[in-house]
Write a protein that binds this ligand. Structure first.
Ligand SMILES: *Cc1c(COP(=O)(O)O)cnc(C)c1O
Length: 351
């Protein structure tokens, strides 16, 4: 391993709380959130509900918990969930949808994270005495494994209409919906208001150390609060953490455009030395997927070779790596990381 890190592009989750967040956490007005309620958590919940165009919200310890509570509220054991095949909740959340909520995933392979809407309608099952009923559709925006790709308001409106006509609820995994809204130049609510539930994360590009908000109707969120207690997610003076979330919503959303510009720069620079490694159409926000097959390395080998030169990233497939930009990677660091990556690609191609 190198002694100096050029850039840590493993994930936007590596971001640390800003000085403003640390100050807000120290000064937060707090209460017992399980008894009379915590005033700062309540402010964060009200703010998130307003931004997403929903009635209410509940502060959860993680995005994973927010998704899980949604599944526990929407699903009865044995009911089906339509979702994109590489959804985060199917790949990285320890199977909670099935193990705890009893859901049966019915997956559709998407293009750029987008399930074809005709397929969604065709897969919806009304349910009979022997066929499980489809209760929920899950969409992910931005789509992590597809490379941070966006679902736009027009797509969401069509999805809501299909779901409504089949009597199915829509849950949005909006861990990075902030990135989608900034990249598309639309209000968050245009991507979320027609969903029956929405999870938004504070701890990715927004840099807060903790938490997500599950948003929905007042009745739904009341039930989710009960489920949060059931899984041990009720936390007493949680306002200290909520205070960081409030700073995140106020100060950290618009700056995501910088992360997007840095990701674009990385992608275009790599594309310039070797066009087959990066699909520029998929680089819409802060994630760049690099295919390593064309240069004869596995994703893991390429990631190791980059780490030796101080550029940290994850292999997210047998022949691919993922680069994620965030607040703790400056434009200058992105430029130097690009030099390292381009240099390695060139040496492998010529050597
Ligand atoms: C990170 C992520 C989650 C889970 O969030 P945590 O806060 O890490 O639990 C859910 N969905 C997507 C798309 C994610 O990228």
């Amino acid at each position: 391993m190198p002694t100096t890190i050029v850039a840590d592009l493993r994930s936007d989750t590596v971001t640390k709380a800003t000085p403003e967040m640390r100050h807000a956490m120290a000064e937060a007005e707090v209460g017992d959130d399980i008894r009379e309620g915590d005033p700062t958590a309540q402010r964060l919940e009200a703010t998130a509900a307003e931004i997403t165009g929903q009635e209410a919200a509940v502060f959860c310890s993680s995005g994973t918990m927010g998704n899980l509570l949604a599944f526990m509220c929407h699903l009865r054991p044995g009911e089906e969930v339509i979702a994109e095949r590489d959804s985060h909740f199917l790949r990285y959340e320890s199977g909670g949808v099935a193990a705890i909520a009893g859901g049966i995933p019915r997956t559709i392979a998407g293009v750029a994270g987008r399930m074809e809407l005709g397929r969604v309608a065709a897969e919806a099952e009304a349910g009979t005495s022997h066929k499980p009923r489809t209760t929920l559709i899950v969409a992910e925006n931005t789509h992590n494994m597809a490379g941070g790709t966006c679902l736009d308001p027009g797509y969401m409106r069509q999805l809501w209409e299909i779901a409504r006509s089949h009597g199915i609820a829509v849950h949005l995994d909006g861990a990075r919906v902030w990135n989608a809204a900034v990249a598309l130049g639309v209000p968050v609510s245009s991507l979320t208001s027609g969903c029956q539930s929405v999870m938004v994360d504070m701890s990715k590009g927004l840099c807060a150390p903790y938490g997500s908000l599950l948003c929905g109707s007042a009745d739904f969120i009341g039930r989710a609060r009960g489920m949060r207690q059931r899984v041990g997610g009720g936390v007493r003076q949680i306002g200290h953490m909520a205070a960081a979330g409030l700073v995140a919503l106020e100060a950290m959303v618009e700056r995501l455009a910088e992360d997007h510009a840095n990701a674009r720069r990385l992608a275009e620079g790599i594309h310039q030395v070797s066009p087959e490694l990066v699909d520029l159409d998929l680089v819409q926000t802060n994630i760049v997927i690099v295919e390593t097959g064309p240069i004869g390395l596995s994703g893991a080998e390429f990631a190791t070779a980059l780490a030796d030169q101080g550029v940290l990233c994850h292999a997210t497939g047998a022949r691919r790596i993922r680069l994620v930009t965030h607040r703790d990677v400056s434009a200058d660091q992105a430029e130097r990381a690009l030099e390292v990556i381009a240099g390695l690609v060139q040496s492998l191609r010529d050597g």
